[in-house]
Design a protein around this ligand. Structure first.
Ligand SMILES: C[S@@+](CC[C@H](N)C(=O)[O-])C[C@H]1O[C@@H](n2cnc3c(N)ncnc32)[C@H](O)[C@@H]1O
Length: 271
């Protein structure tokens, strides 16, 4: 049961007890005394319950914020970041996702990373590649404005040798007889091998399964050791997408317990 549902249930129980005790009490005591006593007791019980619920929520939020701060501090300490990173969370990837991304890049040492949805993650990936001294990230963005913002940020951090952002407007595709929308992927034609594929777009307002075409459209460029990292894995739409990828392309997946959820997909079993 969710916390607000428990709170609603407890408030209802207190209200029912208040009515029952009042009805019984007025049989034996003066009504004013009964009502004043039961009202005071109900107020104390409700206040206590609210205090407990708020306290719990504050603890949960503090823990979440601590986890994100810890992840961000780790990145700043490891990556020799030259200027402040753009904002994280909300539309951008959360620090815990960026931390996972950095870990995966250092583990895989990829030659080529492709990303759907540019932003802070592109920059963090480029910093990791710079630290490794090899590799490149190519990031697609369907909005010219954000593609340009990402390009400028990459330049200002001196990461042009490691990252490239392609403006890739959304276009129609037909996959297994069904219409889908995804980035224009013509800019990726020359590529034949993607080691790490970050899927953090298109946004959900394009379609609830907007990220599904990522694997069907680029499957020929993935190899047995490729990793597909899907952000926002806690959303039901994303869970559905990975189960379709597994069914159709044999891509196994491991959910990562992050703020927005993330799902790491791989062809081999992570023995
Ligand atoms: C989920 S975001 C990608 C986030 C990116 N991977 C990052 O870590 O920052 C998907 C798309 O939203 C768009 N976007 C980014 N910031 C935005 C904003 N403030 N308002 C509207 N769209 C935005 C960009 O086109 C981006 O490709």
């Amino acid at each position: 049961m969710k916390p607000y549902q428990t709170l609603k249930l407890h408030s209802l129980v207190i209200a029912v007890l208040f009515i029952v005790i009042t009805l019984i009490g007025v049989q034996y005591l003066p009504p004013l005394v009964v009502i004043l006593t039961t009202t005071s007791l109900a107020i104390v019980a409700l206040s206590w319950r609210l205090y407990r619920a708020l306290h719990r929520q504050i603890e949960i939020q503090q823990f979440k914020v601590f986890r994100q701060t810890e992840a961000l501090t780790g990145l700043y300490n490891t990556l020799d970041i030259q200027h402040p990173l753009p904002t994280t969370r909300h539309r951008a990837a959360s620090p815990d996702f960026l931390h996972l991304l950095a870990r995966e890049i250092f583990r895989l040492q990829p030659e080529l990373i492709v990303e759907a949805g540019s932003g802070t993650s592109t920059l963090v990936a480029a910093y990791c590649l710079k630290k490794l001294g090899r590799g490149k990230i190519i990031s697609l963005d369907h909005l010219e404005k954000y593609a340009e913002i990402s390009r400028r940020t990459i330049k200002s951090h001196g990461l042009d040798n490691f990252a490239e952002v392609l403006y890739a407007p959304i276009k129609d595709y037909e996959i297994d007889g069904k219409k889908h929308l995804w980035y224009d992927n013509s800019g990726l034609e020359a590529i034949d091998r993607i080691d790490l594929f970050i899927v953090d777009g298109p946004p959900r307002n394009i379609a609830t399964d907007a990220r599904y075409p990522a694997v069907p459209l680029l499957i020929d460029k993935l190899h047995e050791n490729s990793i597909v990292l899907l952000d926002d894995g806690a959303r039901p739409g994303e869970k559905q997408i990975v189960s379709q990828w597994k069914q159709k392309y044999g891509l196994n997946y491991t959910p990562e317990p992050l703020e927005k959820g993330a799902i790491s997909c791989h062809f081999s079993d992570p023995g």
